[in-house]
Design a protein around this ligand. Structure first.
Ligand code: GTP
Ligand code: MG
Length: 148
C-alpha cells in the first residue's frame, strides 16, 4: 500500500473543481488520510518544487502556486503514486487523455489545476513538507471490498 501527495492548485480551487477532483480519487477506491485548504508561501513552494529551480518557468510557477489557496491531500491505496499520475494526465493538459483530470478540465501547462507526486520518494518528502503534523490513520469499512 502506497501513499501519494495530491494537491489542487489555486486555479482548481478558484474554478470550483475541488469536489470533482476529490470524487475521482474516492470513487477509484483510494483512502483520504489527510486534507487541508491552505494559502502557501513562496518559500514553502520553492521547497516543494526545489528540483525545478533554474527552469525558465520557475518564477511564474511559484507566483501561480502562491496566488491563492491550494487543497493539500494525502491518498492511500494500491500503486497510489503511479495511478495518481495516470489519473492527473500529462504535465501539458493538451497531451492529457480525455478521461484524465487535466485532459477533462484544463488547457494550459501553467494552469494545470492539480499536482501529484512523481515517485514514492518524492511522495514521502512532500507528505512531510505539507503535513508536518502527520496524517490520520483509520480503518475504512470498504477496505475488504477494494483490496484483496
Ligand atoms: P506537478 O504535478 O505540478 O509537479 O506537475 P508535473 O510533475 O506533471 O510536472 P513538473 O513537476 O515537471 O512541473 C511542475 C509544474 O510546473 C507543472 O505542473 C506545470 O504547471 C509547470 N510547468 C512544467 N513545465 C512547464 C513549462 O514548460 N512551461 C510552463 N509555463 N510551466 C511548466
Ligand atoms: Mg512534478
Amino acid at each position: 500500500i502506497e501513499r501519494t501527495y495530491i494537491m489542487i492548485k489555486p486555479d482548481g480551487v478558484q474554478r470550483g473543481l475541488i469536489g470533482k477532483i476529490i470524487q475521482r480519487f474516492e470513487e477509484r477506491g483510494f483512502k483520504l488520510i489527510a486534507l487541508k485548504l491552505t494559502q502557501s508561501t513562496e518559500a514553502h513552494l520553492e521547497d516543494h518544487y526545489a528540483d525545478l529551480k533554474g527552469k525558465p518557468f520557475f518564477p511564474g510557477l511559484i507566483k501561480y502556486m502562491a496566488s491563492g489557496p491550494v487543497v493539500a491531500m494525502v491518498w492511500e491505496g494500491l500503486d497510489a503514486v503511479k495511478t495518481g499520475r495516470v489519473m492527473l494526465g500529462a504535465t501539458n493538459p493538451l497531451q492529457s487523455p480525455v478521461g484524465s483530470i487535466r485532459g477533462d478540465f484544463c488547457l494550459a501547462v501553467g494552469r494545470n489545476i492539480c499536482h501529484g507526486s512523481d515517485s514514492v520518494d518524492s511522495a514521502e518528502k512532500e507528505i512531510k513538507l505539507w503535513f508536518p503534523e502527520g496524517v490520520t490513520q483509520y480503518t475504512s469499512a470498504l477496505e475488504s471490498w477494494i483490496l484483496e
